[in-house]
Design a protein around this ligand. Structure first.
Ligand code: PMP
Length: 390
């Protein structure tokens, strides 16, 4: 009889053993430059955010000890929801314990006769959200509007339709083609969900995300998002028409049956939202850093893909050189992310670099110096004369 605990080794383990690299579940050395975290605006350590969290902790304790629907709703959650709805120009918002849960909640919209259309590069939490829902499931090639249109045209015209996409894709750093998605959604009577996990707070003049970037706040029917990136906290959000947000409050099982976002997390998110609204210079700074990184890496001979956003993908291709590069950078004091299958398709392994508004110019220079030295040593880029990064 098979033992359910008898599992094949994880694919990446072989490659890790071959290279000696250990990129996962690693703490960063205290003196390393952290270039692999999603605190883009540097708010997780901002004294105002820390102070707000500490005050909520002192006032409400460590936990809500229950779900939002029962005892777990604090005025802080309600205040945060009202502020988010206002910020995103939506009728209502619902905050959840993680962004992953907010995306799982999307599944509650999909009934037996419905049809979902997901970008193939969507985040795992959106993939799982769709799996929690019902109806027919379709996936269109990454960013490919023609493919999406063919799928929409072939679907039952009477089915309720939901198009689902990341706003800023988390691994390759590119944006969804929002205007085209809206046009197709209108033509085929579909609704559009956009996960703003990486872009709310970061993109657009006021930080309202990919929709503001495209000058089309009304293009999105339902936003999802997270507080674990630009907001320097922990938690998730759903924002859209009041009726559908209310529906999700009572039907989305990942929300109903899980304890509420902690008081400290809610207070931190609220404090960060105020900073996001009032300090656009943070966004400008992180984009300046991103541009320097893209330009510097390209000058060295690395490929960083077509987009220039603060999710900087350094394409390596195969997992083995990617893991070797990660380890070399780590040993040089630069903490990045090694992204291999299944997070990206096989053969598309990359090192993800994410600058923060709180990085100094000198730290960005040191990141580029480390890429130059490690990339040349490992033969990933040609040997050349020294570059001037400044
Ligand atoms: N969506 C995207 C695109 C993400 O990158 C992430 C976080 N990795 C999530 C959702 C989940 O957010 P959280 O960390 O709040 O669970």
């Amino acid at each position: 009889m098979a033992d359910i605990f008898d599992k094949k080794p994880i694919a990446a383990f072989g490659e890790m053993a071959e290279t000696g690299a250990r990129p996962y579940y690693r703490t960063a050395a205290p003196d390393a430059i952290m270039a692999g975290c999603n605190d883009y605006l540097g708010l997780a350590t901002d004294p105002r955010v820390v102070e707000a969290a500490a005050a909520a902790l002192a006032r409400h304790g460590t936990s809500c000890s229950g779900s939002r629907i029962l005892n777990g709703t604090l005025p802080l959650h309600e205040e945060l929801e009202a502020a988010l709805a206002d910020f995103l120009g939506c009728e209502a918002a619902l905050v959840t314990t993680t962004g992953f849960q907010a995306n799982l909640a999307v599944g509650a919209l999909l009934g037996p006769g419905d049809a979902s259309f997901s970008d193939m590069a969507n985040h795992a939490s959106l993939v799982d959200g769709v799996l929690l829902g019902q109806g027919s499931r379709h996936r269109y090639r990454h960013g490919d509007l023609d493919h999406l249109e063919r799928l929409l045209a072939a679907a039952d015209p009477d089915a309720g339709k939901l198009v689902i996409t990341d706003g800023l894709f988390s691994m390759e750093g590119d944006l969804c083609p929002l205007p085209g998605l809206r046009e197709l959604a209108d033509r085929y009577g579909a609704r559009l969900v956009v996960d703003g996990a990486h872009d709310i707070g970061l993109l657009g003049a006021c930080g309202r995300g990919v929709a503001e970037h495209f000058g089309a706040m009304d293009a999105v029917d339902l936003f999802t998002g997270t507080f674990s990136k630009c907001f320097g906290s922990l938690g998730g959000l759903l924002a859209g028409p009041a009726g559908i947000v209310e529906y999700l409050r009572y039907t989305a099982r990942p929300v109903l049956f899980s304890a509420a976002m902690s008081p400290a997390s809610a207070a931190a998110a609220l404090a960060s939202l105020e900073i996001i609204r009032t300090e656009p210079a943070r966004r400008e700074r992180v984009f300046d850093h991103a541009e320097r990184l893209h330009n510097g890496l390209r000058a060295l001979g690395f490929s960083t893909g077509p987009s220039v956003t603060p999710v900087v993908p350094v394409h390596v291709g195969h997992a083995v050189p990617c893991l070797r590069m990660w380890q070399a950078l780590h040993d040089a004091g630069v903490y990045t992310n090694a992204v291999v299958a299944p997070a990206v398709p096989r053969g598309r392994a990359l090192i993800r670099v994410t600058p923060q508004a709180t990085h100094t110019e000198e730290q960005i220079t040191r990141i580029l110096d480390a890429f130059a030295a490690c990339g040349r040593r490992l033969g990933l880029v040609p040997e050349r004369a020294e570059h001037d990064w400044t």
